[in-house]
Design a protein around this ligand. Structure first.
Ligand code: XIL
Length: 323
């Protein structure tokens, strides 16, 4: 007697927990990863899972490589926090996503309030950019450029300067522009595509587009997969860099089931698009998610709950990679 196939499949999944990076790499991706933050590293149960390379082959420091952490005073660089996460990743053979070089948030006052002229601010940007998620959130939702201190002083020159400086500092790092609300087709995604085309025409180094992926349960844009393909079609890498899918609390079985389906949709889209190189969670456990602090009344956005127990969303990710 042979076993019906469904029983074999069930047996497979119940005897061994499928693992997120193993499955991502089996689907041809470079990595599945997660954000993490320095204060979390004193929690030994947390770190044990963070080091589990079968799930996570890539780490993003959630805060300790931002401008306020790395250049708190002009020309004075402090890399201790970022280095701690790099050292952890290296000891574990995990990849690192440098996050981020130029962003309008978490800037020290000396940058925001320095009233620098164009040339001086460009030299400050040039001096600051050593690698990575080089430009973070340059657009407004309508596709116009965000009026940060950088744009209002230099126009788009700061983008060019930052990318060139990052390439000069590190010829190996993949240089990305990263933003949110570019998950589906729309004016902001079109603006990102236009910017990348312009940079390519101007021979400015640009290797990838980061799609943050801070999503809401039940609201994954229906054009998510096509949009990923559109952006990859520009000849750059795309990556989902900050994935979490939040809900209005309390979590119910229905919301958790929808969240599982939403994680599966996102992962399946990355799987289907060759140019999508990997997916990074914006931390893996509700215990350390940024969501409750940023969106009042919302949370439960990660695939593990605050007690480090896998939620249905975990199986959604597995399904996305497998099916
Ligand atoms: C968030 C961090 O997770 C928080 O700890 C911090 O207080 C604010 O920033 N988009 C980004 C990330 O690119 O840098 C943000 O990270 C989340 C939104």
């Amino acid at each position: 007697m042979f076993k019906p196939i469904s029983l074999v499949v069930l047996g497979l999944f119940s005897s061994a927990v499928a693992q997120l990076n193993t499955l991502a790499q089996a689907a041809g991706k470079k990595y599945f990863g997660t954000a993490t933050d320095n204060p979390e590293l004193s929690n030994t149960s947390y770190v044990a899972q963070l080091r589990n390379t079968a799930d996570f082959h890539q780490l993003t420091p959630a805060n300790s490589m931002k401008w306020d952490a790395t250049e708190p005073s002009r020309g004075i660089f402090t890399f201790q926090g970022g280095d701690q996460i790099v050292a952890l990743a290296e000891s574990n053979r995990q990849l690192i996503r440098g996050h981020n070089c130029v962003w309008h948030n978490q800037l020290p006052d000396w940058v925001t309030s320095g009233s620098f002229d164009n040339a001086t601010l460009l030299s400050i940007v040039e001096n600051h950019c050593v690698s990575w998620d080089v430009i973070n959130e340059p657009f407004n939702d309508d596709g116009t450029f965000r009026e940060s201190v950088f744009f209002s002083t230099t126009g788009t020159s700061y983008i060019t300067t930052a990318l060139r400086a990052a390439r000069a500092a590190d010829s190996q790092a993949k240089l990305y522009i990263n933003d949110f609300n570019i998950e589906g087709r729309g004016p902001k995604s079109t603006a990102m595509a236009q910017l990348v085309k312009q940079l390519q025409a101007d021979r400015v180094p640009i290797d990838g587009i980061g799609i943050q992926g801070h999503l809401i349960v039940g609201e994954v844009p229906p054009t998510f997969a096509q949009n990923l393909q559109d952006l990859a079609g520009l000849g750059v890498e795309v990556a989902i860099t900050e994935l979490d899918i939040r809900m209005t609390l309390p979590a119910t079985p229905e919301l958790l089931a929808q969240q599982k389906a939403d994680y599966e949709t996102v992962i399946a889209a990355c799987k289907a698009v060759d140019g999508c190189v990997g997916v990074t969670l914006w931390d893996w456990t509700g215990k350390f998610s940024w969501v409750p602090g940023a969106f009042a009344g919302e949370g439960a956005a990660c695939p593990w709950d605050e007690n480090f127990v896998r939620k249905p969303a975990f199986q959604g990710i597995v399904n996305g990679w497998v099916f």
